[in-house]
Every structure is written in structure tokens, then in C-alpha cells.
Design a protein around this ligand. Structure first.
Ligand code: ASP
Length: 599
């Protein structure tokens, strides 16, 4: 019995024809002596009817022994459903198949959780879903995500092909070059005590491809980072990765805007306007307290450094005297925030090093706050005017070094937006996508604990040309040719124009980042050498493909757009990985396990 149609194909036009469907038993209902079986495949479902008065007893008995998720083929005549029994919820709802043959291809045991009802499925514990991922993937919601993912991957490949890019695969077995996240190591059997590392990204290979004259490279690249997993991170993930020669930043912006336009049209049928707005890093922090601002709503930060420079309120004037700033945020209409909500916001402030959180509640025409008594009239007037203070407002302050003060209020801003959303006071259209480029990042950031500069992006990012002399003279002033693409407060990706002059790259490694010369030689010697044989100017970007898909699918977690994701602890519950290996395997790899700490 070979299938003639898929389970979302038969319509009224097929009435009177015979058909054979194959798929899973989605549901079975016994009604008035008849058995109704909905058969489901990847495309949808169709109702079949088994009538004992028209069928041999053994066939009918086989039908009645079926349970959910058995695999079957059913043949019969397509007919209209009896008047009044149409199901308008499904596209095949006008017809049914009067079964005259049944082949049971496989039986199914009772399921650990039902897959036929989206409402129930939503309540199933995620660990159970991950353990029985093959069942979870049968749910139409999951199938839909994988389908969109495949379509977007194909659209991406077409787009880059049209733009003259070559898809080039780069090695998965690479070498350890620890300069960013922690890497996964792979021991070598043939080279005792030597290790490969899984790439965090194909960064170095794609730059070498430019030296190799490829000019335009792209790849849907698997990347690996052995980090403690934060929510919504995966130890292995996919990037849309690309690199181009003889270009400037503007070329990357235009290319990626074109790609995202194509992707949004493909996945959602939406026309997104381009070019995207640009915001420099400084403004993004000053206004939104984040380098990936969600610009779909206001709640912007306001600066009060000048107004409080000589304030009697020492928490503010003291922070300013120490080179810091005072910033405030008016959470409109949140004066009635609960004690718990204020505590959560205070915790955010404390997690970024603040001692507490200063705030004012504007209630019954009064500014309720322990700090207001320290403010003079001019300070109060400045607050009222610049923050447009009204009844019902909640004003929140941060007084700290610039970046910290911005980031504290940035976190609080997101939290206030969530509270407003939950109260129905802030509604965001699910079809609204605020794209923007964040540009002009500082090339370097300072690590106080290690007392050294590190790259804000990665060590291959080029400084803005006129800032090169500042690299050793005043590193904090050097701007990097780095850009991030952001949508609705999510960083979709980032990239940069790269250093292509070997002497500048060497200077960055050794003098700016203070990596000892012998280590530079061991880790990056081949790159510096490659650059000596004619490296074209080049740059690129990588977009997080899983995150992109989660946004397009409206999925709450990136795990919902990955067929076989890991848990937050980095485990695969279906295959039970990672797992121990045999002593023989360890011996071959010249490894010995010293001690295993039992959990
Ligand atoms: N390789 C970088 C990353 O993974 C992106 C880039 O600079 O192209 O973040």
C-alpha cells in the first residue's frame, strides 16, 4: 500500500476518488459502532472511518486495536462528511476516507506524553520532551519551527550565491587559541599530549580564506563554546558566518540588510524597511543603558550629572566627584510598584556593584522618598522638568561610573517594561521588528582584576584608522571598526573590519593585549605570517542562526528551534551524553582520569 496523497491534501474536489494515506494515528474515536481514526503526517491530518457493517471482521478488529501514534496505511474512497460534521479547523475538514484496507506498519506503546494536543503539550515538562525528542518533534509546532529553519537556511544560501559568495567549509578540529570563551578540547591519539580544539567560530579560517583570495566566503557554521550555560545558550550552535575582501563597514551593512529583508519575507511574509537606523555605542548606553537596546518603547535614561555635581546628597555628588555620573529613569505609572518589585530592581543594581537603589514614588501629589529631603529646589525643579514628572510616576536613579550607571538603569528599564507589559500598560505588536546597527564601539575595555586591556570584540578587529596612534598612547580612546546588528533588544550578530597589516596585528597582540611574544607566535604565528604574503583588507560578520530562528518562530527558547538541543547543564537527555568511556579508549588517547567527583 503506497501512499497516494499526504494527509493535508484531500479536499472536496477529491470526493469519489480512492486514496491511500500513511502516517501516525493521531486520534481514535469510537462512535455509534464506527471507528474514526485521524491519520497524521508531516503535512497535516485526515479523518478515516471504519464501518463494521462494510468491513471484514479481522480488518475492523485491527482498526479497533490501534492506539495513538501507531504507524498505518489506510486506503479507501474519499467522501463528503455527513452534513453538520465538517471540521472547519482543519483544511481536510470537509472530507473523510471510508476505509476499505488497513496495513499496520508498526504499533506504538503508550506514550510518555501526548503529542496530539498543543494545549497539553505546552504543559509537558521540558526534560521529558528532550528525553523523548522524537515524540516532541512530531508536534506540529516543532515541525513548523524546523520547516521555517530549513526555508531560512535555503534562502540564505540563495542570497549569498546571488551576491557572489562561495560556501566554504572550515575545520571542526582546530587548535586552542584561548582568547575568548572556553573551548572544547579533543585529545589526539596520534600525537600524545596534544589536543585539537573545537572552533568558537571560524574567525581565523575565514580571514585566512581572504588571504587565500576567496574574496567572498560564507558558511552556516557550527561553533562550540564550553561556557557555563546561561539561559538560552547552547554549547554548540550555528552561525551565518561571512567574510569579504576590499570592503568597508557600509558594504557589510547593505549586505546584511538585504539578507534580513529576504529572510523576514521568506519566514514571515513581512517587508522590513531598510536601511536600518544606526546608533553609536555611547548613545545606546546613554539613552537605553544597553549596547543592544530595545527601541520599541521609550523609558529612556536622563543624565543629571551637572545638576547634582554640588548636591548636598553625598551619594550623588560623591559619585560625580569620583569621576562618575548620575542618571535617572522615569518608569511612568509605576509608583504603585510592589515592595517585591522594588527589591528585584535593587538586586539588579547591587549585582552591578551599587550599594542600593535610590528612587522616588510620586503619589497623592507627593514625592515619597527618603532622599528627597536632601535635594534643593533647583535640583527638584530640574528633575521635574527633564523627567516630566507626573502623578503615579516612579523615578529610579543610578550614581556610579558612566558604564555601570547606564547598565544598572538599562537592566531596570527592561524590568520595568516587563512589569508594564504584564499589567497591560505596554503592548508591543508581535509583528514589529526594530532593527538597528550599533556602531563605534571602543576597541578595548579594561579588566581591573587582571589590570590589562582586552578586546571588546576580538583581537582581530581593526581600530578606526586615525585612532591607530592612540593604541599605545591612550587605548581607551581607540574606536574599533566593529558593528552589531540588534533587533528588539536582542543582539543578532556582530562583526568588524579586520586588521590586515601584520605589524598592527602584532602590536595589538603584544603591546596592547600584553600577550607574551612566544605565546603570540605559538597561537597566532601562522596568521601573522600569512598576512606578510599579501593580505587584502577585509571584514565580516556572524549572525547567531539559532537566536534568529527563535525570533522568527516566536519561540520562547532557542531549544525550540534546534532539533536536538542540550539542556542548560550541557547534557543530551535522549542519548545520555556526555558519558564515560572505556579504559582502553583513554589509554589510546594517552589520558588518565585522576578523580571523578560524584554529584
Ligand atoms: N567571529 C565573530 C563571532 O563569532 C564574528 C565576526 O567577527 O565575524 O562573534
Amino acid at each position: 500500500m503506497k501512499r497516494t496523497h499526504h494527509c493535508n491534501e484531500l479536499r472536496a474536489a477529491h470526493i469519489g476518488r480512492s486514496a491511500t494515506l500513511s502516517g501516525w494515528v493521531h486520534s481514535r474515536r469510537d462512535l455509534g459502532g464506527l471507528i474514526f481514526i485521524d491519520i497524521r503526517d508531516r503535512e497535516g491530518r485526515t479523518q478515516t472511518v471504519f464501518d463494521p457493517s462494510k468491513l471484514p471482521a479481522d480488518l475492523f478488529n485491527r482498526a479497533s486495536s490501534l492506539r495513538s501514534e501507531c504507524v498505518v496505511s489506510v486506503s479507501g474512497l474519499v467522501r463528503a462528511r455527513p452534513a453538520g460534521t465538517n471540521n472547519p479547523k482543519i483544511p481536510t475538514g470537509e472530507i473523510e476516507i471510508a476505509a476499505d484496507a488497513l496495513e499496520v506498519l508498526n504499533m506504538a506503546e503508550p506514550l510518555p506524553f501526548p503529542v496530539d494536543d498543543p494545549e497539553t503539550a505546552r504543559t509537558v515538562n521540558e526534560e521529558l520532551r528532550l528525553q523523548y525528542r522524537y515524540l516532541d518533534l512530531r508536534r506540529p509546532e516543532m515541525l513548523r519551527n524546523l520547516r521555517i529553519r530549513s526555508k531560512v537556511a535555503t534562502a540564505t544560501r540563495y542570497y549569498f550565491d546571488e551576491q557572489g559568495f562561495l560556501e566554504v567549509e572550515t575545520p571542526t578540529l582546530f587548535k586552542s587559541t584561548p582568547e575568548g570563551a572556553r573551548e572544547f578540547l579533543v585529545p589526539s591519539r596520534l600525537h600524545p599530549a596534544c589536543f585539537y580544539a573545537l572552533p568558537q567560530s571560524p574567525q581565523q579560517f575565514k580571514q585566512i580564506l581572504m588571504v587565500g583570495g576567496i574574496e567572498k566566503y560564507f558558511q552556516l557554521a557550527r561553533c562550540y563554546r564550553d561556557e557555563d550555560l546561561r539561559a538560552d545558550r547552547q554549547p554548540e550552535f550555528t552561525q551565518i558566518d561571512l567574510e569579504m575582501s576590499f570592503i568597508e563597514r557600509e558594504d557589510i551593512y547593505t549586505l546584511i540588510e538585504g539578507l534580513l529583508k529576504r529572510i523576514w519575507k521568506t519566514a514571515l511574509g513581512l517587508d522590513i524597511p531598510t536601511p536600518f537606523p544606526r546608533l553609536c555605542f555611547q548613545d545606546a548606553l546613554n539613552r537605553f543603558g544597553a549596547d543592544k537596546p530595545d527601541t520599541r518603547y521609550g523609558l529612556e535614561l536622563t543624565d543629571f550629572t551637572e545638576e547634582f555635581r554640588a548636591s548636598k546628597f553625598k551619594v550623588f555628588s560623591g559619585a560625580i566627584a569620583a569621576g562618575g555620573v548620575v542618571k535617572a529613569l522615569n518608569a511612568k505609572g509605576l509608583a504603585d510598584a510592589t515592595q517585591g518589585q522594588i527589591e528585584t530592581m535593587t538586586e539588579y543594581a547591587k549585582s552591578l556593584g551599587a550599594k542600593g537603589l535610590a528612587y522616588i514614588k510620586v503619589e497623592n501629589g507627593e514625592w515619597k522618598s527618603p532622599i528627597v529631603k536632601f535635594f534643593n529646589d533647583a535640583e527638584k525643579a530640574a528633575l521635574a522638568a527633564k523627567l516630566k514628572i507626573e502623578e503615579g510616576d516612579l523615578i529610579l536613579f543610578a550614581a556610579d561610573q558612566w558604564l555601570n550607571a547606564c547598565e544598572i538603569l538599562g537592566k531596570i528599564r527592561l524590568y520595568c517594561a516587563d512589569v508594564l507589559k504584564a499589567r497591560g500598560k505596554l503592548a508591543l505588536d508581535p509583528n514589529r521588528f526594530d532593527f538597528l546597527w550599533v556602531v563605534d564601539f571602543p576597541l578595548l575595555a579594561f579588566d581591573k582584576e587582571q589590570n590589562r586591556w582586552y578586546s571588546s570584540h576580538h583581537p582581530f578587529t581593526a581600530p578606526v584608522a586615525e585612532d591607530i596612534p592612540l593604541l599605545t598612547a591612550d587605548p581607551k580612546k581607540v574606536r574599533g571598526q566593529h558593528y552589531d546588528i540588534v533587533v528588539n533588544g536582542v543582539e543578532l550578530g556582530g562583526g568588524s573590519i579586520r586588521i590586515h597589516q601584520p605589524e598592527v596585528q602584532k602590536l595589538v597582540f603584544e603591546q596592547v593585549l600584553q600577550i607574551p611574544p612566544d605565546m603570540v607566535k605559538a597561537r597566532f604565528g601562522y596568521m601573522l605570517e600569512a598576512f606578510r604574503y599579501g593580505a587584502p583588507p577585509h571584514g565580516g560578520i556572524a549572525l547567531g542562526f539559532d537566536r534568529l530562528m527563535a525570533i522568527l518562530c516566536g519561540a520562547p527558547s532557542i531549544r525550540d528551534v534546534i532539533a536536538f538541543p542540550k539542556t542548560a547543564k550541557g547534557t543530551d537527555l535522549m542519548t545520555d551524553s556526555p558519558a564515560g568511556v572505556e579504559a582502553r579508549q583513554l589509554r589510546e588517547l594517552h589520558l588518565e582520569i585522576k578523580a571523578v567527583k560524584k554529584e
